[in-house]
Design a protein around this ligand. Structure first.
Ligand code: ADP
Ligand code: MG
Length: 215
């Protein structure tokens, strides 16, 4: 097994309770993409991060958006766009694990293939973070179920797969509904041409980090 460089989460300016939670989860060292991207994401800069599947990209954006979240404010502050319901469910699970229990962070998943009504009810109770697929999120925006005025972080997760699946127009429509003043984080396993176009449209002076596959 090749050794990745090891860096502790303690090197980041995260609250002690977050660090304790990471230890409880058994996250002792950052993965390579986390070490490369978290300092940038936590600084507030826009980011393009590329690393293979299974490299820990979810925590790389989740810790950044959670660091900025004000749980006392009942408004959607972060939106994560994912290509499929399964991936949206996985991201929701990971964000809930990483959120500090005492903060009572509400994460709502909005993906297609399930009835709208339960999702509408969940939104009505108040959500801090929404994770979902572009089409279904757009549907809730159009119905007035979802407001994004308080949004400060937009994440495009698995951006290469979202492009493959033809979500470009839906991503554009969702991005247009987000406040211009925000941080945008783009994560992808590969970097096809379309990613650069997408980034040029929705990110501002992004920093690009890439972790090469280990052989
Ligand atoms: P990706 O989005 O890059 O495909 P994930 O975010 O789904 O990868 O992470 C893959 C797995 O690694 C998950 O099970 C996650 O809980 C675990 N993981 C992520 N970061 C760490 C870490 N720093 N230490 C230990 N396990 C981690
Ligand atoms: Mg992922």
């Amino acid at each position: 097994m090749p050794q990745e460089p090891r860096t502790s989460f303690d090197t980041l300016s995260l609250p002690p309770a977050t660090l304790d939670n990471l230890h409880r989860l058994g996250y002792l060292e950052m993965t390579a993409i986390q070490a490369a991207s978290l300092p940038i994401a936590l600084s507030g800069r826009d980011l393009i991060a590329q690393a293979k599947t299974g490299s820990g990209k979810t925590a790389a954006f989740a810790l950044a958006l959670l660091a900025r979240l004000d749980a006392r404010r009942f408004a959607v502050q972060a939106l994560v766009l994912c290509p499929t319901r399964e991936l949206a469910d996985q991201v929701t699970t990971e964000v809930r694990r990483l959120a500090r229990a005492e903060d009572n962070v509400k994460v709502v998943t909005l993906a297609g293939g399930v009835p709208l009504r339960g999702q509408t009810t969940s939104l009505g109770y108040g959500a801090h973070i929404v994770v979902g697929t572009p089409g279904r999120i757009l549907d809730h925006l159009d119905r007035g179920n979802l407001q994004l005025e308080a949004l400060n972080t937009l994440v495009l997760d698995e951006a290469d797969r979202m492009l493959d699946m033809g979500f470009i127009d839906d991503i554009a429509k969702v991005a247009r509904r987000c406040p211009a003043q925000r941080q945008t984080l783009l994560f992808s396993a590969t970097y096809p041409e379309g990613i650069a176009t997408l980034a040029a449209q929705y990110l501002r002076e992004p920093v690009t980090v890439k972790v090469e596959a280990q052989h």
